[in-house]
Ligand binder design. Structure first.
Ligand code: GLA
Length: 743
């Protein structure tokens, strides 16, 4: 509900889970007042709004008004040059001339529903109520629109900004943030999902201090190193309690997410496209729209923030057809055979795929051009006749005849210098073709800002889809952009390349999604190098990391789950010793970790024993029974791998009838108490639940206050009673509500 007090010029955006309040300031700009738990409809905000500003040392906006300074006000969209010296939300220039815009309120509009627009990732849904505030700088003849969207069941607020040029001049936009949020405290920690290739989205928590703390990417992709999701949390906030604010960007390119703490301990979040190397030419009559960002708030700790984001992603970002789309359980050829395969070896892998009960064979890298290594053929999207002498169409027929689905790996955005495509069109690659360029994996990046490149990719991917009746695409992107220069754009527009690039990627993906609704795209960028809401708009699942070691995955999946739902995490059971870290972890541990997401397999099944194949078969069949719960239930983290030797998490169905708990202990410890318990959350306290593992029955209250009993391990003396022993212990517990109420 949007409540507007016209006299006091106050806007109150109110849902069951939050209130967000701002007002029109004396100069017509917008001042932020409050974001937090829901306040009453007729709340009187005078005590927040009518504070006489007596802060010393500020620049006054009006000569005769010593109380009004933009530097001391909280803002909805702050601008540099008129008294607020913090990093601005927008920067404009013409040539070397800088402007200090003064956007003042003109009017507002309320609309309902947010549409899904195929080519632009955004939050969508019939349940949204939208407020657009229009402001104008009358000297510059520019309109600024600030968009806010809310829905009653969520604490989230979706924001975006747009700039419309009604002047006769072309302005260069060199910075334009999607949203800002002022928080009246700096006694907070700054939390990011940071890491590296093979170590994505680890949780990093550090205290805020005066000045700027930020994460971002200037790699042309959201990156392995930082993720476009941050949280600010009270010092004592944990998974279950404490105030937490979060911000996320619906975008896959360069981003900036920062907090600036001023001298009065106001923490200002800015989130949007990274201004570095960004320069957009806004011609007379043009409009530029930023990507959307999402803010969320809670008093109930990190799990509640995750629930908010998981719900939005599942209901309002991911294409709705995937909700009832049973996700394939794949066997992927990459770690099974790397480049060393042909149609015969793949058909054998297909038979084993059937044997373990999986349903889809993914032919990963190596099926096209003459691709025997990472140095050749990217861009040549037709089959390698040496590997498929009977043609890929025939091979696809065989796979389909076996009752399996087929997936193919593509890396559409790339080209190898040793490829027919590059030989025909060197100018389609990014960077000046007659100058030195940097290489990553031997490859160059295609200029996705060039419509001809998109047309070529559409034609070659369409043809392969149609020839193979393809069911699944693994969409990879293995290097970041350097020497960013488009041979297609003129000099004036070079600063637009990286944004146009990502919009080109979206265009290509939306083409596939619209034309082939039965295909599922799994996203990947050298593992999780582009794990973001932009990509999830087109592909409901993302290969979480190239690191599939069970122990490392605990940390990666734990961190990733802060923002992203289990339905988006693609997790494969792979061989031991693990190919990335050489660690040997038991099969059931690998399965128990991978189960919390989209389960798949990526190992040479022909090297496994009959016992191991049977064990996998059972795991696949168990997983099938659980997938609905895992995707649609409420996921909560119980114990963090960043805080000790044990990790635990759980999913509870929305009706609270079914529960799946995963518990993992990395290293065995001597002389442990043989009665340890794990407290669950979110059950019905007055009902009994049966615990599958030991056939006991406990009340929800007992399970939440005392916990489920963990297996006893071999503790140096009681070998006979041990249920589990050695390093890498784990257990999945299934609980079911029984029709019995506590008396
Ligand atoms: C990337 C992906 C892997 C695999 C290889 C193939 O590294 O993350 O899963 O597809 O490329 O070259």
């Amino acid at each position: 509900m949007i409540i507007i007090d016209k006299d006091k010029k106050i806007f109150h955006l109110r849902t069951k889970k939050m209130s967000y309040v701002f007002r029109i300031l004396k100069n017509g700009s917008l001042g932020h007042l409050y974001y937090g738990d829901t306040l009453s409809e007729d709340e009187n905000f005078d005590y927040l709004a009518n504070v006489e500003n007596k802060a010393a040392g500020t620049i006054k906006y009006y000569e005769n008004d010593s109380k009004f300074s933009l530097g001391a006000e909280t803002s909805e969209f702050n601008i540099y040059g008129t008294g607020d010296f913090r990093q601005p939300a927008i920067e404009l220039r013409i040539s070397n001339r800088l402007f200090y815009p003064e956007f003042a309120y003109v009017d507002h509009e309320i609309t309902y529903r947010k549409e899904r627009i195929p080519e632009v990732p955004r939050v969508y849904g019939d349940e949204y109520e939208n407020l657009t505030i229009t402001l104008k700088d009358k000297n510059l003849n520019l309109y600024l629109k600030l968009n806010y969207s809310i829905t009653d069941e969520s604490s989230a607020i979706v924001r975006s900004s747009s700039l419309i040029n009604t002047s006769q001049h072309t302005y260069t936009i060199s910075r334009f943030m999607s949203g800002t949020l002022d928080i009246p405290s700096a006694d907070l920690d700054f939390i990011s999902l940071s890491g590296a290739w093979l170590r994505e989205r680890h949780l990093v928590r550090q205290p805020l201090r005066m000045g700027i703390q930020s994460v971002g990417s200037v790699r042309g992709a959201s990156s392995h190193q930082q993720n476009p999701f941050i949280m600010l949390a009270e010092k004592n906030a944990n998974e279950f309690s404490g105030t937490v604010y979060a911000a996320s960007l619906v975008y896959s390119g360069n981003f900036l997410a920062q907090t600036e703490v001023d001298e009065w301990n106001v923490s200002r979040i800015l989130i949007g496209i990274n201004p570095m190397n960004f320069a957009w030419q806004l011609k007379p009559g043009d409009e530029f729209k930023t990507p959307e960002c999402i803010f969320a708030v809670t008093q109930k700790g990190f799990n509640e923030i995750s629930h908010t984001f998981h719900n939005i992603i599942n209901d309002n970002i991911v294409e709705q057809r995937y909700k009832n789309f049973q996700r394939p359980i794949v066997v992927n050829s990459w770690e099974a055979n790397y480049f060393n395969f042909d149609e015969n070896s793949l058909l054998k892998l297909a038979d084993l795929t059937t044997k373990i009960g999986a349903d889809t064979l993914i032919v990963d890298d190596g099926w096209f051009g003459e691709r025997d290594s990472t140095k050749k053929s990217l861009g040549d999207w037709f089959e390698d006749k040496r590997k498929f002498p009977h043609g890929i169409g025939k091979f696809a027929e065989h796979i389909h005849e076996k009752g399996l689905k087929l997936g193919l790996w593509f890396e559409p955005e790339m080209v190898d210098p040793d490829s027919d495509l590059y030989r025909a069109h060197p100018e389609w690659s990014i960077g000046k073709i007659d100058q030195r360029r940097s290489f990553g994996r031997g490859q160059l990046v295609l200029d996705m800002a060039n419509p001809e490149v998109i047309d070529y990719l559409i034609a070659s991917i369409d043809s392969m889809i149609e020839r193979t009746k393809l069911d699944y695409i693994k969409w990879d992107m293995n290097r970041n952009i350097t020497e960013a220069f488009s041979n297609y754009l003129d000099n004036e527009h070079q600063g637009e390349l990286l944004h146009r690039y990502i919009m080109g990627v979206y265009k290509l993906m939306s083409h596939i999604c619209e034309k082939y609704p039965d295909i599922i795209i799994e996203n990947c960028a050298g593992g999780g190098g582009r794990f973001d809401l932009g990509m999830l708009y087109y592909s409901p699942q993302i290969w979480t990391s190239d690191d599939s070691d069970g122990v490392e995955r605990l940390m990666i999946q734990y961190g990733t789950s802060m923002c992203y739902p289990l339905s988006s995490l693609s997790n494969h059971v792979t061989a031991v010793p693990n190919h990335q870290i050489d660690r040997v972890v038991p099969l059931n541990f690998r399965n128990n970790v991978s189960t919390f997401g989209v389960l798949g397999y990526e190992l040479d099944l022909s090297e496994l024993s009959e016992d191991e194949l049977n064990e996998i078969k059972d795991q696949v069949s168990e997983y099938r029974k659980r997938q609905k719960l895992i995707f649609s239930g409420t996921f909560s983290r119980l114990k963090s791998p960043f805080c000790g030797n044990e990790t635990a998490w759980q999913v509870v169905s929305k009706n609270k009838e079914e529960v799946l708990v995963g518990w993992y202990k990395v290293l065995a410890k001597p002389n442990q108490r043989n009665q340890s318990y794990l407290k669950l959350v979110g059950l019905e306290k007055d009902y009994y639940y049966s615990v599958s593992n030991d056939d006991t029955i406990h009340s929800g209250a007992a399970l939440m206050n005392m916990g489920i009993r963990l297996p006893y391990d071999f503790n140096g003396a009681n070998q006979e009673t041990a249920q589990i022993s050695g390093d890498f212990q784990s257990e999945l517990f299934t609980l079911r509500k029984v029709n019995k109420k506590v008396i």
